[in-house]
Design a binder for this molecule. Structure first.
Ligand code: NAG
Ligand code: NAG
Length: 443
C-alpha cells in the first residue's frame, strides 16, 4: 500500500508538472547565462551549445567543470541515424566505464554532488575513463541525420521509438564508439533504473554485445514489476490511464516531458537550498525515489537532480513502460492489446552482472528485484547487494554517505575487471554467485 501511494504520488506530481506549469519558452530568462569558464575539449565544435539553464545549475559540461574535470563531448550516430551526445570526464585514459541514466533523465544525473561524492567522479579520480551516454529523445538525443524532432513532416517518425530501439541501437552504438575511441576490446557498464531494462534488451537482441561488455553494474533495476506494485490500480486511482491514452496516438508518437525552461525556472524558484518551498522538493524527491529517511540527503543534489530529471522522451516509450508495468514483464512493445506477448529472452546473457537494490525502495521493491534475479542466468550473476534500512535508490545520487556505504562494493567490482580484464567471467567459484551484503548506513 505504501509503495502504491509512492508511485501514484510520483506519477501525480509528474503529470501536474506536465499540465500545470505552462511553457513560456519565449521569455528566456537564461539568455545571459555564462557557459564561461568550463574547460571544454570538444570533439564536436557545438559542445558549448549544450543547453545551459542557470548559473548554479549547469549542464553536464559545466557540472564537470564545477568539479574541476575536463569534459569532452562526442557525437555518436546510431545505425538508424539518431545522433546521440556523449560526455567524457577525467584523464581520458584507463579502463572505460559507460554510465547510462534512468527514466526521463540525462547525463547530468551523474554529477549532482561533489567530486568526492559522485560515483563517476570518484572512479575518474581512481584512473578510470568515465563516459556518460544519453538515449535518443532526451535533451542530448534530439537530433538525427535526416529527421527533425520538431518539424511537422518528420517529427512523428522521429519520436517513433520504445525501449526496444534504445536497446537495439543506442546502447550498442555507444559501446562500439567508446571501444573505438579508447582502443579497448571491452567496456564496463553502469546503468541506473530503466537503463537496466535497456541493457537487458541489448543483450537479448544483440547477443554479440555479450563479448563487448566486461561487467554490468545494475543499480536499482527497473525491469520486472512484482504484483505488489499493481500499477493498474494506481492508474485507475488517479484516472490518469485515460489521460495517458489520449496522449498516446500510436500513429503519432510525440515528445513528452521535454526539458522546458519554465519548469527549470519553477525548480529554481522553489527548490534551491535556501528557498522556502525547499522542503516540498525534498519530499517530492523522497516520494519519487523511494521512501526512507532524509537525513543523509545532500540538499544541493536534490535541486540539481530535479533539473537533470524531466529531460524528455517519446510518448510511445512511456506507453511501452506502462505495458511493462501492467504485465510485470520485460516485454516487446504491443501495438494492440490482443497481440501476442513476446518476452525478451534473457537466458543467453553471459556478461557478469551485479544487482544493487535496497530494502526500502518503493519503486524497485524487493519482490520486483527477486523477479529480475530469477530471470537472469544464474551463472552470470556475480553479486547481489542490498542497501538496508534507511537507504533507498536515491542514495546512488543524493546522499552524503553513499561514498562510504554504497560505492565501495561497486568500485571493488570494477577493480576486479580492471585488474584482470578477462578473468572475471571465467574464474567464478560457486560461492561467488550470489552474495548478499547488508550495508548498514552510518549513524
Ligand atoms: C544535428 O545534426 C546535424 C547533422 O546531421 C548538425 O548539422 C546539426 O548541427 C545538429 N543539430 C544540433 C542542434 O545539434
Ligand atoms: C513506427 O514504426 C512502426 C514499426 O516500425 C511502423 O509500423 C509505423 O508506421 C511507424 N510510425 C510512424 C509514424 O513512423
Amino acid at each position: 500500500m505504501k509503495s502504491l501511494f509512492s508511485i501514484s504520488s510520483c506519477i501525480g506530481v509528474l503529470w501536474a508538472l506536465l499540465y500545470i506549469i505552462p511553457c513560456n519558452c519565449d521569455n528566456d530568462i537564461f539568455d545571459n547565462v555564462n557557459t564561461g569558464d568550463s574547460v571544454i575539449i570538444g570533439f564536436e565544435e557545438d559542445c558549448a551549445l549544450d543547453p545551459d539553464f542557470a548559473p548554479d545549475l549547469k549542464n553536464t559540461v559545466a557540472r564537470a567543470a564545477l568539479q574541476g574535470f575536463e569534459c569532452q563531448c562526442h557525437a555518436v550516430v546510431t545505425l538508424d541515424n539518431y545522433i546521440l551526445r556523449m560526455h567524457r570526464i577525467g584523464s581520458f585514459k584507463g579502463p572505460p566505464i559507460l554510465f547510462l541514466h534512468g527514466f526521463l533523465a540525462a547525463s547530468e544525473q551523474w554529477l549532482v554532488r561533489t567530486r568526492s561524492e559522485d560515483l563517476p567522479s570518484i572512479l575518474a579520480d581512481k584512473g578510470f575513463d568515465v563516459w556518460f551516454g544519453n538515449f535518443r529523445g532526451n535533451t542530448y538525443g534530439r537530433n538525427h541525420t535526416y529527421l527533425s524532432p520538431d518539424l511537422e513532416d518528420t517529427k512523428y517518425e522521429f519520436w517513433n521509438f520504445t525501449l526496444h530501439e534504445l536497446g537495439y541501437y543506442d546502447l550498442p552504438s555507444m559501446v562500439d564508439y567508446v571501444s573505438k575511441v579508447t582502443g579497448r576490446r571491452t567496456v564496463s557498464f553502469v546503468g541506473y533504473s530503466v537503463a537496466v531494462s535497456v541493457f537487458l534488451i541489448t543483450m537479448s537482441t544483440r547477443p554479440e554485445y555479450n563479448d563487448k561488455i566486461n561487467i554490468a553494474i545494475l543499480l536499482a533495476p527497473y525491469s520486472f514489476v512484482s504484483e505488489e506494485q499493481n500499477v493498474q490500480a494506481i492508474l485507475n486511482h488517479l484516472h490518469i490511464g485515460e489521460r495517458i491514452q489520449s496522449y498516446m496516438h500510436i500513429e503519432k508518437p510525440m515528445e513528452i516531458f521535454a526539458r522546458k525552461k519554465s519548469r527549470i525556472k519553477f525548480f529554481n524558484r522553489n527548490c534551491k537550498p535556501r528557498s522556502i518551498n525547499r522542503f516540498s522538493c525534498v519530499r517530492m524527491m523522497v516520494i519519487c525515489f523511494g521512501s526512507g529517511q532524509v537525513h543523509h540527503l545532500n540538499k544541493d543534489a536534490v535541486y540539481r537532480m530535479l533539473n537533470a530529471f524531466m529531460a524528455g522522451t517519446s510518448s510511445k516509450l512511456i506507453d511501452h513502460m506502462l505495458q511493462m508495468l501492467d504485465t510485470g514483464k520485460l516485454l516487446k512493445y504491443k501495438y494492440n492489446e490482443n497481440d501476442e506477448t513476446e518476452i525478451y529472452d534473457l537466458s543467453g546473457i553471459t556478461v557478469p552482472m551485479s544487482v544493487h537494490s535496497s530494502v526500502t525502495d518503493s519503486i524497485a521493491d524487493p519482490a520486483s528485484i527477486e523477479l529480475l534475479v530469477q530471470n537472469l542466468p544464474e551463472k552470470s550473476l556475480i553479486g547481489r547487494y542490498l542497501i538496508s534500512d534507511e537507504g533507498t535508490r536515491r542514495d546512488y545520487f543524493l546522499s552524503h554517505n553513499a561514498k562510504d556505504v554504497v560505492f565501495p562494493d561497486i568500485i571493488e567490482l570494477l577493480y576486479r575487471v580492471k585488474d584482470n580484464q578477462e578473468v572475471i567471467s571465467l574464474n567464478m567459484n560457486e560461492n561467488d554467485e550470489v552474495e548478499v551484503i547488508a550495508v548498514d548506513t552510518l549513524p
